[in-house]
Design a protein around this ligand. Structure first.
Ligand SMILES: Cc1cc2nc3c(=O)[nH]c(=O)nc-3n(C[C@H](O)[C@H](O)[C@H](O)COP(=O)(O)OP(=O)(O)OC[C@H]3O[C@@H](n4cnc5c(N)ncnc54)[C@H](O)[C@@H]3O)c2cc1C
Length: 492
């Protein structure tokens, strides 16, 4: 029985390997010239950059995946400590975020009395929510809305108010200092949103970062995940074709019998798993009325990334591996930035100095630097003719704040604006993390991992269930494989 996987993002690769283990003959078709999707790599001017993800949480999901497909853990990872460092514009003070709460409390002793006790209370509540939902709600294949609601009804009712409060409101129940609230609500940005419009249920992410496993770097860089999994793909006899974009389909007797690529070539299989965005694919390729651009534009999408990949001569001072550079008008900035109502002259951004933990990513005496600035998606800012100017603002701001002239020491510079992200990986309107995670776009309300019409068509990845981020996508591959297995059984 032949399964065809469309897209070689992490979701596609993991699903291909899982299906191969169940006895399917698997082929992957990929639009880009190399595997990985958003988890990709750029090599340029002697530097190596991870283009998207720079760390991950819930490392045990990768371990379970390796075990389930019967391989040794293919890559090595190390826990981050500190998790990250925060800089506020105009202040010399840097906050280092440690998992050790006593050490962490020292960072905040001047601005938040009794920080440790407050944080323990906050983490106890978010931890309970995490453990009450992760297996039951997040890792479930829903069969209907009724199934979803009955599952939700089993979550202890004490968590219900968190559905109606925002992350910011929840923080305010425990902490008085705006600085503390800003720092620990940054997790909302990992969902591509802001703490002011993200439901408080996602404070469970603070528990995952601070207690339940933390964050991890991959030895050799994040792309090692893809390289090592692709070795396994090769060993398993799974074929992959690059530069092949699916643009159409052929149906017969109520099933998809083939997908057509941009040249009109037909690719036949018994079943298909779509790793392209689950909402956008239904609209663009399947021409579904519920997923037209007008309908998709009314959905909530996560932020678009504006990313810079810089090769810098010299070693950067006053900066760690993972750093957030924030301004001092957090509330105003975050309420305006995603709708293009805030200028990008003084942006908020994240900086990852890959060469600090992975020296081979830069020539000796140099640094390989990744900068991610969340910006409006293409609905709100469709053109990026000002990309050089935006990049220059960020480079100047960072130079000033760390006391090192990056512009004068630049050996390599690459910019990806939201148009690049859209065009390279078919990300809808350049949205970096896919569909947002508000309550009417999760669980049974998210685009399903099986097709509404064709029984042999399935979906995996960030815009289907359970959601975005590397561990979630690994879980997504497990969920879709379970669906397929339930329908077809193992085919040995
Ligand atoms: C800038 C950035 C930073 C991020 N940082 C982190 C982080 O630090 N930690 C973390 O956990 N997550 C992070 N994420 C999120 C993470 O990258 C994604 O959730 C995850 O990689 C999504 O994987 P996926 O398999 O769903 O999709 P993708 O990686 O998007 O893969 C889909 C693949 O399908 C291909 N494709 C699309 N359409 C077609 C078609 N029609 N025909 C053929 N092929 C097609 C695409 O080219 C792509 O290769 C980040 C994302 C971005 C953009």
């Amino acid at each position: 029985m032949k399964a065809m996987v469309i897209g070689s993002g992490l979701g596609g690769i993991c699903t291909a390997l899982r299906l191969q283990r169940l006895g399917y003959k698997v082929e992957i078709l990929e639009k880009h010239h190399q595997a990985g999707g958003r988890l990709n790599q750029l090599k340029k001017d002697g530097f190596t950059f991870d283009i998207g993800p720079s760390f991950f949480s819930m490392s045990y999901e990768f371990k379970s995946f390796a075990k389930e497909i019967g391989i040794e853990m293919p890559f090595e990872f190390t826990a981050l400590d500190p998790l990250y460092t925060i800089h506020f514009r105009g202040s010399e003070k840097r906050y280092s975020i440690h998992k050790d709460l006593q050490l962490l409390a020292r960072e905040f002793e001047e601005i938040e009395p009794d920080f440790e006790a407050k944080m323990r209370r906050f983490l106890a509540a978010s931890g309970q929510l995490f453990h009450d939902t992760i297996d039951k709600v997040v890792k479930t294949n829903y069969t209907s809305l009724f199934h979803f609601f009955t599952t939700m009804a089993t979550v202890p009712p004490k968590h219900a108010p968190k559905m109606f409060r925002t992350v910011w409101d929840e923080m305010s129940r425990y902490f008085a200092s705006d600085t503390v609230k800003q720092i620990f609500s940054l997790v909302a940005f990992f969902l591509g949103a802001t703490p002011f419009n993200t439901p408080a249920v996602y404070t469970l992410l603070t528990y995952t970062e601070m207690v339940h496993d933390g964050y991890h770097n991959v030895k050799g860089g994040m792309y090692t995940i893809v390289e090592t999994l692709m070795e396994e793909v090769k060993k398993s006899g799974i074929t992959i074709r690059y530069n092949t974009e699916i643009t159409g389909f052929q149906e017969q007797d109520g099933k998809v019998v083939a997908l057509a690529d941009q040249q009109g070539k037909l690719h036949k299989a018994d079943l298909f798993v779509i790793n392209a965005d689950a909402a956008a694919f239904r609209g663009k390729v399947l021409q579904r009325k519920k997923f037209t651009p007008e309908k998709l534009d009314q959905q909530k999408w996560t932020m678009a990334p504006f990313t810079l990949y810089l090769g810098v001569k010299g070693k950067l001072p006053n900066i760690d591996h993972h750093n957030y550079f924030l301004g001092n008008d957090f509330k105003a900035y975050s309420s305006k930035i995603f709708t293009n109502d805030a200028g990008l002259e003084q942006p908020y951004y994240y900086v990852n100095v890959l060469s600090k933990y992975n020296p081979e990513s830069a020539p000796p005496g140099c640094e390989s630097v990744f900068i991610l600035c969340p910006v409006p998606d293409l609905r709100y800012k469709p053109t990026w003719l000002d990309r050089e100017e935006v990049a220059q603002n960020i480079i100047n701001d960072l130079s000033q704040r760390i006391g090192y002239n990056i512009a004068d020491n630049l050996l390599s510079k690459t910019i990806y604006d939201p148009l690049d992200w859209q065009n390279t990986f078919n990300l809808y309107r350049g949205s970096g993390l896919g569909l947002a995670h508000n309550l009417n776009q999760i669980g049974a309300f998210r685009p399903k991992n099986y097709d509404e019409k064709f029984p042999n068509l399935f979906y995996v990845g960030a815009s289907t269930t359970p959601g975005t981020g590397l561990p979630m996508v690994v879980i997504s591959s497990k969920l879709v494989t379970e669906r397929i297995q339930k329908k077809y059984g193992p085919v040995h």
